[in-house]
Design a protein around this ligand. Structure first.
Ligand code: ZN
Length: 296
């Protein structure tokens, strides 16, 4: 009987960790959840608080979210003011989990207009839009997972190394695609001011639509202002999430010749059946959308 148990134990060691043995980790939003899964693999059970297609800037945690934190051994957040709601949630949950802020080693950019759609954050939290920063996130996640579960350190290091290689390939791909777009055409108007790090890393100028709220749907007057801005600043493409009326989008296109881009993913992944279910897929989807709209 003892022999049988010993063999079962060695069998178990060779198998993926069962659900009960996996390290419970909470990630604040979908992009971080994907990175934690990439590094943690089958040794972690990841719960994401702000799911796909949802806004991490404004989030009202539920009592169930507090329980998720209480059960976790590690909480992974972005920091830089993205999750203004997390300190209170940590306190109210009574969790003893370690908290890691993945953006802690990032050189933070400042938001030009504090409070413009980002809850008054002075630092720009969207650091993951630069792949070099995503690599910093992976280093932070790997080290935090290893601290929380030292026995699995080698697995986390191997998974992280594999994923970092994929991030290097992604970065090369992004740079290669932008190299095909003339510098003077790399100008995009977008309603959500989330691409500052992306623009700095890859040489693209992202302009905010002037005098247009990023929160509410654009009016006919807003559209007239955007048309003037596009002409004045010679912008080849606009990505405007808040223009829900296709006739207004058509008017911009017909009066300026600018291309209207599809919805891009900045702060959340899509669901599993959408075009951006992982960080790698999101970055490739956005790259195709941006470069298609700007190609001469
Ligand atoms: Zn944002």
């Amino acid at each position: 009987m003892r022999l049988l148990l010993a063999c079962l134990a060695c069998l178990a060691a060779a198998l993926p960790a069962s659900a009960a043995e996996r390290l419970p980790v909470v990630a604040t939003f979908s992009i971080l959840g994907d990175l934690v899964r990439a590094v943690g693999g089958d040794r972690v059970a990841v719960t994401t608080l702000v799911g796909p297609d949802s806004d991490a800037h404004v989030f009202s945690p539920s009592p169930a979210d507090a329980r998720r934190l209480a059960d976790a051994k590690l909480v992974v957040a972005n920091g830089l003011g993205l999750e203004g709601w997390i300190p209170r949630l940590v306190r109210s949950s009574g969790t003893t989990a370690a908290l890691v802020e993945t953006a802690r080693d990032v050189v933070a950019r400042r938001l030009d207009e504090p409070g413009a759609g980002h809850g008054g954050a002075a630092r720009d939290p969207h650091a993951w839009q630069d792949v070099a920063n995503a690599k910093r996130y992976v280093h932070s996640i790997r080290d935090a997972l290893a601290a929380a579960s030292p026995a699995d350190r080698a697995v986390f290091e191997a998974n992280a190394a594999t994923y970092l290689t994929a991030l290097d390939a992604l970065d090369t791909e992004i740079r290669g695609a932008w190299a095909g777009i003339p510098r003077e055409r790399r100008r995009i108007i977008t309603t959500h001011d989330a691409f500052g790090y992306y623009g700095a890393a890859y040489g693209v100028e992202f302009l905010a639509p002037q005098g247009v709220s990023t929160e509410t749907e654009a009016s006919a007057q807003d559209v007239a202002r955007i048309i003037r801005q596009i002409r004045r600043e010679k912008v080849p493409a606009v990505f405007l999430e808040t223009i829900a009326d296709p006739r207004l989008a058509e008017r911009i296109a017909s009066e300026t010749g600018a291309r209207i881009g599809p919805r891009v993913y900045s702060d959340a992944l899509s669901g599993p059946d959408g075009p951006a279910p992982t960080y790698l897929a999101m970055m490739r989807y956005n790259l195709r959308a941006f470069t298609a709209a700007l190609a001469p």
